[in-house]
Design a protein around this ligand. Structure first.
Ligand SMILES: C[S@@+](CC[C@H](N)C(=O)[O-])C[C@H]1O[C@@H](n2cnc3c(N)ncnc32)[C@H](O)[C@@H]1O
Length: 231
């Protein structure tokens, strides 16, 4: 992803701080913020499928997938190319529209496998146990992450996968532009929100990732990578 959209203080790292962070209200990350950003041509999305997605999800058998906060559709198209039937949702209509156009350019078969929705995931009905894969990369709504992650987890079908990538608390590149306290999340915090009776936690890691800033500088990001399978 481009590195100029992620934002928030980088000084919280323990699981105990999750509740504290959830009480903060970010001021920036409204639907109009994201829409404006895409509208201005200042993309918030990665041009290619996220490296963690490729590393973690390539081996899964295709089924139905929700790409939550799909941006301009790189992950949705990557999944569709692998045979997934994708529901792609983003709050920014401009991003969704670009994703749809991009999918059409990728080919009729790919485009036919993706349903695009411009919607706020904190309101949009993702359903219950509906998708074989629910994937969210760097989605941090205005309010608590917890409520969104609960909705996303509920939408995973039995045997299905919940995959979340976020900005790790130590990632100073994503800390630069915001006062939003919950832009960062640890994989352990995400895991703590799931009932261990119903989930097998497969991955909770902080990983680095190379990225190119809009000014061309090469940087290393720190990401939280979380993967779990519903029993
Ligand atoms: C940092 S971008 C990441 C985009 C994409 N997942 C990627 O990794 O390239 C965050 C995306 O989440 C979307 N988003 C933020 N809050 C949202 C919400 N409440 N509902 C739906 N999408 C949201 C934004 O519009 C934006 O496209």
């Amino acid at each position: 992803m481009s590195t100029h959209g992620a934002d928030g203080p980088a000084d919280h790292s323990s699981a105990a701080s999750a509740h504290h962070r959830a009480e903060h209200t970010g001021r920036e990350f409204t639907g109009s913020y994201w829409e404006q950003r895409y509208h201005d041509g200042n993309s918030a999305s990665e041009p290619e499928a996220n490296a963690h997605v490729v590393a973690e999800l390539s081996a899964l058998s295709p089924g139905t997938a929700l790409d939550a906060g799909c941006g301009e559709g790189a992950v949705s198209i990557w999944l569709a190319e692998r045979g997934w039937q994708v529901t792609a949702v983003d709050i920014a209509a401009t991003a969704v529209s670009r994703g749809r156009e991009r999918a059409i350019r990728a080919g009729t078969e790919i485009a036919a496998r993706i349903d695009w929705h411009a919607a706020d995931l904190t309101q949009w009905d993702a359903g219950v146990e509906r998708f074989d894969l629910v994937c969210a990369c760097y989605v941090h709504p205005v309010d608590s992450n917890d409520a969104l992650f609960d909705r996303l987890a509920a939408a995973v079908a039995p045997g299905g996968t919940l995959f979340i990538v976020g900005h790790a608390p130590g990632d100073h590149h994503s800390a630069a532009h915001s006062d939003s306290a919950h832009v960062h999340v640890t994989a352990a915090e995400i895991a703590a929100g799931l009932d261990p009776q119903h989930w097998d936690i497969r991955r909770t890691e902080t990983r680095t990732r190379s990225a190119i800033r809009p000014d061309g500088a090469s940087i290393t990001m720190q990401d939280s990578v979380f993967r779990a399978q519903r029993r």
